[in-house]
Design a protein around this ligand. Structure first.
Ligand SMILES: *Cc1c(COP(=O)(O)O)cnc(C)c1O
Length: 394
């Protein structure tokens, strides 16, 4: 093993204080999880009715500052429901980024729409407002009613879905300004950015709606789960309605007044979520310590002089450091680092395959993404669990 890879393996082992395998991100349960879950079982309210769903929604709203929060069965379902409510429909186009988890593009596809992949920015890893503006100015026009249309295809642009990659806030305010001008609703995929702020405002609160994920690998987990957050009361009411089969409340009748989805979060999962939410601040603090330690480690000359760069939070933003990210000088250096760390019990991972390289999205529109191409080839995620997580100490 080369000296720098050896030093990274040793550093990570010191950080997590273990000689055993170090995973990328694991859930940890250090609070009231067992007690709350037992309560749902004792009460028999494990499924679609129960107090924990309401409580988890209230806790999420309070934490993010959103006026309303609607719990869903997972983050993908939250995104699908949000796009559906924004009116995204068959043959529409939806702007998003090529560097994301596949759920972002899939949710667009579930509506019968197609993603348009627009480039990201090097310092945020998120959708580039400049690239979006360029795409709109060069390839789109306003229809007679002012709505945006993709000129070559004549298709309607019905939404824009930026994603806060690995918890680093993208330049959401600039994007909102451009999309407002073009009358394109912005839906934020904040699945990875629970705890990430722009100024004092939580990510997911800038667009008309934001979505969160509580999958097992995220900052806190409900096993599987998601959340729609919004400040708009009518949108929240509609979100609750369509994610609960669009059933009209009645003492005994089964009437569903539109196409609905069975996307409600079970009470059992919400119980886990309430216990996890109680520990969120502490987990975020611990993750900041991990990030600060990496940040300092990667300022050593053997890293900086070889062209490695650890990604930190931008000025006037706060990242949750969901997954710590290192940019290698080139693809070869990345491959070596992946090989050496993974062979030595330290889990690291490359970026996701860019969306337009996946079979499902090979034919989707793509405005040219040189930055995504470059970064996806050089980026590595490092172990990022909070310190002291179970399964990590020897
Ligand atoms: C995790 C994630 C989602 C949602 O995932 P679920 O597993 O369905 O909760 C959506 N988008 C991104 C970018 C994600 O990382």
């Amino acid at each position: 093993m080369s000296a720098i890879h050896q030093s990274l393996v040793e550093f990570t082992r010191d950080l997590y204080n273990t000689d055993e395998f170090i995973p990328l991100h694991v859930p940890s349960f250090g609070g009231n999880e067992t007690q709350y879950i037992r309560q749902t079982i004792d009460s028999t309210f494990v499924s679609s009715v129960g107090e924990y769903v309401d409580r988890f929604e209230e806790m999420t709203a309070a934490f993010t500052g959103a006026a309303h929060a609607v719990a869903t069965v997972n983050g993908t379902a939250a995104l699908h429901a949000a796009l559906h409510l924004a009116g995204v429909t068959r043959d529409d186009l939806v702007i998003t980024q090529p560097l994301t988890f596949v759920a972002t593009a899939n949710a667009i596809r579930y509506c019968g729409a197609d993603p348009v992949f627009v480039d990201i920015e090097a310092d945020t890893l998120g959708l580039s407002p400049d690239a979006v503006e360029r795409f709109l100015k060069t390839a789109c026009e306003r229809a007679a009613d002012g709505s945006p249309v993709h000129r070559p295809s004549g298709r309607r642009l019905s939404a824009c879905v930026p994603m806060h990659t690995y918890g680093f806030p993208m330049r959401i305010e600039e994007l909102i300004r451009i999309c407002r001008d073009w009358r394109i609703p912005v839906l934020e995929d904040a699945a990875e950015s629970l705890g990430s702020l722009v100024g004092d405002t939580h990510t997911g609160r800038f667009g008309q709606v934001g979505i969160l994920s509580f999958n097992g690998n995220k900052t806190i987990t409900t096993g599987g789960g998601g959340m729609i957050i919004t400040d708009a009361p009518e949108l929240a009411r509609r979100a609750k309605h369509v994610t609960t089969t669009a059933k009209v409340p009645h003492r005994w009748e089964y009437v569903h007044d539109e196409l609905g989805f069975n996307y409600r979060m079970p009470n059992l999962n919400a119980a886990l979520g309430c216990a996890q939410m109680e520990q969120l601040e502490e987990k975020l603090r611990s993750k900041r310590k991990v990030a600060a330690a990496y940040g300092e480690f990667f300022t050593r000359p053997e890293w900086t002089e070889a062209g490695y760069r650890f990604i930190g939070e931008r000025e006037s933003t706060q990242a949750n450091y969901w997954l710590n990210t290192l940019l290698c000088p080139d693809r070869e250096a990345r491959d070596n680092l992946l090989e050496q760390t993974n062979s030595n019990g330290v889990m690291t991972r490359p970026a996701w395959e860019l969306m337009y390289r996946l079979p499902e999205y090979r034919d989707s529109l793509n405005s040219g993404c040189p930055v995504a191409e470059d970064l996806a080839a050089r980026l590595v995620n490092l172990p990022s669990s909070p310190l002291g997580s179970k399964g990590q100490s020897a």
